[in-house]
Design a protein around this ligand. Sequence first.
Ligand SMILES: [Zn+2]
Length: 158
Amino acid sequence: MKIKISENAGQNYLSSLSKFMPINWPWLHVMKIISNEVLEVETDHLFSNQFNTSTIAKDDNDLNRLLAKFDVPANDLEKVKSILTGNGIRAMHNIVDSVVDDIRLNLRKCRWCGGGSEKDYKGDTCLECGKSEYYYKFVPHANKSVRDQGVFLQEVKV
Ligand SMILES: [Zn+2]
């Protein structure tokens, strides 16, 4: 499962800030750097409106290629490198253009213990904690224009 990052990720991040929120400059640089990139998603914990990516820069070649896309100010360079080579980022839906090989549809997710489910499991009880009260599944979003974007799903009680 992968996500295609929007070409306007930097602008979208800025637009998401409320008036008095300071700009996180290294983060903004990273948003510009990953614009148009296709990033691998960690699938252990899935969400309807955000994604945990795996490490963005897999090796030095990758890191150099990414850094060449945008002139990072020297004082932010180390922070930007550590984000790119770290354990991945949380990508909110507003910087994601599309999801490639989305595995979420119909998967179950437990809001109690965080347990997921195998693709074919159709039960109504979490296999990890045994509870059913907090068991949800991913379905297409009810709002057609949101659904058509193909990024946002909805979680409904199983
Ligand atoms: Zn559970």
